[in-house]
Design a protein. Structure first.
Lengths: 312, 290
C-alpha cells in the first residue's frame, strides 16, 4: 500500500509540467522543490540529532553566493560551481559544528543565529566581493552538455533530481548505523555516549551533510532566479525551513517534503484568496492553529491515525 | 576622550532599554523554557500603543508609557493562557514554532493597522541637549534612561521581595518541587509571560520617540534581547541588566570606532565569543534567578 502510494506520488511529480495549467504554477512547483531540499537538510539536524539550527539561511546563502560568484567572475560553468557551492557550505557546516559542539539546546540555536547574522552583514558590507545590497544580477542559467536548462520545464526536472538525491541521501543516512547514532544522541546523549557513540564525530557529520545539502539548495536558487542579493540570508528563509520541518513532521523523511509543498503553496493560495495585507497575517494564524492542533506535525498525525498500534 | 565619554553616555541610554528587553526575555526563557521569538513584537506593540494613546486618547507622555505597559501585560497574559498553556508538555521546538506564528501574525497585524510608513511619536521634551561638562544628552534620552533604571529596580524588587517573586524563583529552580509546595505553576507562567511582555512594551514605548515606530522594528529588538540573555546567563536578572548596558556600550563603540555598517554585528560576535568561552554567561553564579 505504502509502495503503491509512493509510486503514485513519483508519477505525479514526474508528469507535473504536463498538466499544470501555467508557468506560474510551475514556478511554485520549482520553489517547492528547492525548499524541499532545504527542509530535508534542516531535518537531518533538527529531526534526527535534535539540534535546532536557526542559521540555516547562512548555508543556503553561502551556496547561492559561491555559485553566483564563480560563474560570474571566474566564468566557471554550472556543474563545477554547484560542486563548489556544496563543498563550501559543507565546510561552513564543519566550522559551525566544531565551534558549537559543546553547546546544546537554546545555546546552539543562538550560535547558529549569530553566525547567520554575521555572514549576512558581511554580504552587505563587503562591497568589492558581493556588490553589497545591490546584489549580483545576471547569474547564468545552467547547461547540460550542449543543452541549456533555461526553460522552467527543464529546470523543474533539475530541481526534482536534486530533491530525489537529497531524499536518497537522507534515507540512506538515517537507515544506517550513522542514523541510529543520530537518534540515540537525540533521545539520550549520556546513554549514547556511554555505549560508545562518539558524540562530537556524529554531530559534526550531521552538520556537514546538512549544510552541504542547504548549499545545493542555494546554488539551485541562484541559477533559477538568476540574481543573488543579501536577501538570501534573510531570517525569514530559516523560519520558513523550520516551519516546513516542524509542521510537516520532524524526524520523518516525508514530513519535510509535505511541509515544503504545503508552505510554498499556502502563501500563494492566500494571496489569491485575500488581499495582500491579510496574506501573511492569515499565514501566521494558520501556523499557530496547526501547531496547537497537531503539535508533532502533519505526517506523524496521519501515521498515528492510520496505524492501530500506538506509536512510542 | 570627550568623544569616548559621549559614546559611553549614548551607549548607556541604548543599553538601558536593551536591559529591559533582556530581563523580560531571560525570565520567559529561563522560567518557561520558551524561545520567545515574539518578544520583539511586544516591543513594537509598546511603541504603537504609546503612539495610539498620545494621538487618539490625547493623554500625556507619561500616561502613554503606562498604557503601553498595560497593553503588553494584557496581550502577554492572553498569549500564555490561550497558546502556551495547552502546549506546556510539548517540546521546546513546538512552543518556539507557535511563537514564530505569533511573531508573523502580530507583525503583519501591525502592518495592517498602521501601514508600512514609519511613525514619529511626539514627546513633550525640549530638543536642545543638556550639556553636562564634556557630554551632551537630549532630555528625552535622559528620561528614557531614568525610567528604564526605575523599571529595572522595580523588577528586581518584584523578584526579590514579593511572594510572587519568591514563587517565580522557586519555579525556576525546580518546577516539580515548587508545584508540590503549592505553587500554582499555571499562574506563575502567566504572570511571568505578562511581566516579561510588559517590560518589552515599556522598552518600545521609551525607544519609540527616540527613533521611529515601524512594523518590523521588533525583529532587531528580538535579536538584541537574545544577545543580552546570553551575555547575562539564563534567568539571571542582574546579569541581564549588566549585559544590556554592556551591549549598548559595545555597539556604540563599535559603530563609533570601527564602522557603522557593522554596528549590529557587535552583538552577534559577542554572542559567539561568550558562548564559546563562558557558556553560562559572563556573570554566572550559583543561584540563577535573582
Amino acid at each position: 500500500m505504502r509502495r503503491v502510494g509512493g509510486g503514485f506520488l513519483a508519477l505525479i511529480a514526474l508528469t507535473l509540467p504536463l498538466w499544470l495549467p501555467s508557468a506560474y504554477h510551475l514556478h511554485v512547483a520549482i520553489m517547492a522543490g528547492i525548499f524541499g531540499v532545504l527542509a530535508l537538510s534542516l531535518n537531518l539536524l533538527l529531526g534526527y540529532t535534535g539540534q535546532l539550527s536557526l542559521g540555516h539561511a547562512a548555508f543556503f546563502g553561502i551556496g547561492a553566493y559561491t555559485s553566483a560568484l564563480l560563474t560570474l567572475t571566474l566564468e566557471w560553468s554550472f556543474w563545477p560551481a554547484l560542486a563548489a557551492a556544496i563543498a563550501l557550505a559543507g565546510a561552513a557546516g564543519w566550522f559551525i559544528g566544531r565551534l558549537s559542539l559543546k553547546l546544546r539546546g537554546a545555546y546552539f540555536v543562538l550560535v547558529t543565529i549569530s553566525f547567520a547574522g554575521v555572514i549576512s552583514l558581511v554580504s552587505v558590507n563587503w562591497i568589492e566581493l558581493t556588490n553589497g545590497p545591490l546584489g549580483l544580477p545576471g547569474v547564468p542559467a545552467p547547461e547540460l552538455g550542449p543543452w541549456s536548462l533555461r526553460t522552467k520545464t527543464t529546470y523543474y526536472y533539475l530541481v526534482l533530481a536534486a530533491v530525489a538525491l537529497s531524499y536518497a541521501v537522507s534515507r540512506r543516512l538515517v537507515g544506517s548505523r550513522i542514523g541510529r547514532a543520530f537518534v540515540a544522541l537525540r533521545e539520550n546523549e549520556a546513554l549514547a555516549e556511554s555505549i560508545g557513540v562518539d558524540v562530537t564525530h556524529y554531530l559534526v557529520l550531521a552538520a556537514v551533510v546538512s549544510a552541504a545539502m542547504a548549499g545545493l539548495g542555494g546554488s539551485l536558487y541562484a541559477h533559477y532566479t538568476r540574481f543573488v542579493s543579501p536577501e538570501v540570508f534573510l531570517f525569514s528563509y530559516t523560519v520558513t525551513m523550520v516551519i516546513m520541518v516542524v509542521a510537516g513532521g520532524k524526524g520523518t523523511l516525508a514530513g519535510p517534503l509535505v511541509g515544503a509543498v504545503l508552505f510554498t503553496a499556502l502563501p500563494e493560495v492566500l494571496r489569491a484568496a485575500t488581499s495582500w495585507q491579510w496574506q501573511m497575517l492569515a499565514y501566521g494564524v494558520l501556523l499557530v492553529l496547526l501547531v496547537v492542533f497537531m503539535p508533532r506535525g502533519i505526517v506523524p498525525h496521519i501515521n498515528a491515525a492510520f496505524s492501530r498500534t500506538p506509536r512510542p | 576622550m570627550e568623544q569616548l565619554l559621549q559614546h559611553l553616555v549614548n551607549g548607556l541610554v541604548l543599553g538601558g532599554t536593551y536591559a529591559l528587553l533582556g530581563i523580560g526575555l531571560t525570565l520567559i526563557f529561563g522560567l518557561m523554557n520558551v524561545v520567545n521569538f515574539a518578544h520583539g513584537e511586544f516591543y513594537t506593540l509598546g511603541a504603537y500603543a504609546a503612539f495610539a494613546a498620545l494621538g487618539w486618547a490625547g493623554v500625556d507622555f507619561f500616561t502613554a508609557v503606562l498604557a503601553a505597559i498595560a497593553a503588553g501585560a494584557a496581550l502577554g497574559w492572553l498569549c500564555e493562557v490561550t497558546l502556551l498553556r495547552p502546549l506546556r508538555s510539548e517540546s521546546i521546538d513546538t512552543t518556539m514554532l507557535v511563537m514564530i506564528g505569533v511573531w508573523i501574525a502580530m507583525q503583519n497585524g501591525e502592518l495592517l493597522v498602521w501601514g508600512g510608513v514609519a511613525k514619529s511619536i511626539p514627546h513633550p521634551f525640549p530638543t536642545a541637549p543638556l550639556v553636562l561638562g564634556p557630554v551632551a544628552i537630549a532630555p528625552l534620552r535622559l528620561f528614557v534612561l531614568l525610567i528604564a533604571a526605575g523599571l529595572i529596580a522595580a523588577s528586581w524588587l518584584l523578584i526579590q521581595k514579593t511572594k510572587l517573586g519568591r514563587a517565580m524563583r522557586a519555579t525556576f529552580q525546580d518546577r516539580d518541587t515548587a508545584a508540590l509546595m503549592g505553587v500554582g505553576i499555571g499562574r506563575i507562567h502567566a504572570a511571568t509571560f505578562a511581566f516579561g511582555s510588559a517590560l518589552a512594551a515599556a522598552a518600545g514605548a521609551l525607544l519609540g520617540p527616540v527613533f521611529l515606530a515601524y512594523p518590523s522594528m521588533g525583529d532587531l529588538a528580538s535579536l538584541k534581547a537574545f544577545s543580552v540573555v546570553i551575555l547575562g546567563g539564563l534567568g539571571n536578572l542582574p546579569g541581564a541588566t549588566l549585559g544590556g548596558l554592556l551591549l549598548g556600550v559595545a555597539e556604540e563603540l563599535g559603530a563609533g570606532y570601527i564602522s557603522s555598517g557593522y554596528r549590529d554585528a557587535v552583538g552577534f560576535v559577542i554572542i559567539i565569543l561568550v558562548l564559546l568561552f563562558r557558556p553560562a554567561g559572563l556573570f554566572a553564579r550559583q543561584e540563577r534567578i535573582a
